[in-house]
Design a protein around this ligand. Structure first.
Ligand SMILES: [Zn+2]
Length: 147
């Protein structure tokens, strides 16, 4: 077997299967992971044998939206001259998928300002997405069709 730069072993080509029409799973999975990652999984640190049970989940890329109608987070702290240094961070909301390695379905996680999580099932997220799409469409029609 070949070993990659990250230390992951790659099986010889002859042992790679295309069963079920899916692309071969090139990287060996940790002992606890009995199924390949969902196609959307992009964990920053690859799943490994020593990953503790509470960290065994699949995670999608995070979508980030800056919220201009919300108050920004303002941090004030004294500098060396006794003045105040301000650090301003726009408020934001993120959305991503998360699925525990033994869970049957992903959930959508909305996070506001990196502090408040709202977890939705895929069906709930679809309902919310359809409601938002409808509202955006109505607002665009009111604004003269701009989208
Ligand atoms: Zn994964």
């Amino acid at each position: 077997m070949k070993i990659t730069d990250t230390g992951a072993a790659i099986p010889p080509a002859a042992t790679i299967s295309m069963a079920n029409g899916h692309a071969p799973d090139l990287a060996e999975r940790p002992y606890w992971q009995d199924q390949p990652c969902p196609a959307w999984c992009r964990v920053v640190v690859p799943h490994q044998d020593h990953t503790p049970p509470e960290d065994r989940f699949h995670m999608s890329p995070i979508h980030d939206v800056t919220l201009t109608l919300e108050a920004a987070d303002v941090f004030r702290f004294p500098d060396r001259t006794g003045g105040t240094v301000l650090e301003v961070s726009p408020s934001f909301i993120t959305a991503g998928l998360l699925q525990g390695w033994r869970e049957r379905e992903a959930r959508v996680i909305l996070t506001h300002a990196a502090t408040h999580d709202i977890e939705l099932t895929v069906a709930e997220a679809r309902e919310l997405a359809e409601a938002l799409s409808g509202l955006v469409r109505q607002a665009a029609e009111t604004a003269g069709g701009a989208s």
